[in-house]
Design a protein around this ligand. Sequence first.
Ligand SMILES: [Fe+2]
Ligand SMILES: [Fe+2]
Length: 166
Amino acid sequence: MLSKNIEQLLQDQVKKEASSSQTYLAMACWADTKGFEGAANFLYSHSDEEREHMLKLIKFLNERGSQATVPALDAPKKDFSSLMEVFKSLLEHEIIVTASINSIITACLQENDHLTNNFMQWYMTEQMEEEQLAQSIIGKLEMIGSDTSSLYLFDKELAGLAGAGN
Ligand SMILES: [Fe+2]
Ligand SMILES: [Fe+2]
């Protein structure tokens, strides 16, 4: 059985993963309609991954004697000024999620909940990879600057990066 505190933290994390999935889906819609086909593919696939993260938590809660609640979500931001804004905001979002996973692990250690701690380690590794990937995309976009033909080529490359964090 999970403690009430850990159960609540995991439930809050379900909402954060669901919200990541919706946020990246809205970003994919923006990219898809602005001609950034590669970025759109990357973001659609990233949105799917976040849904998987949410499902993994839901199943863990259900298997550990709790019943997961499917959360209501606010509509995500739908308009962006550039691909750079999209990926900067994606990175900011991931940094918040990393902090949240970090505090779940801290709570697990305080309560000697080694099983949940062990389960959450996978998320920590995933966060590190996702942050690195977002960081490197931002770095490339910075190099590209206002060079539209390089941006066009990089967009094609982005499609290939989809799922690279897995
Ligand atoms: Fe996630
Ligand atoms: Fe993520």
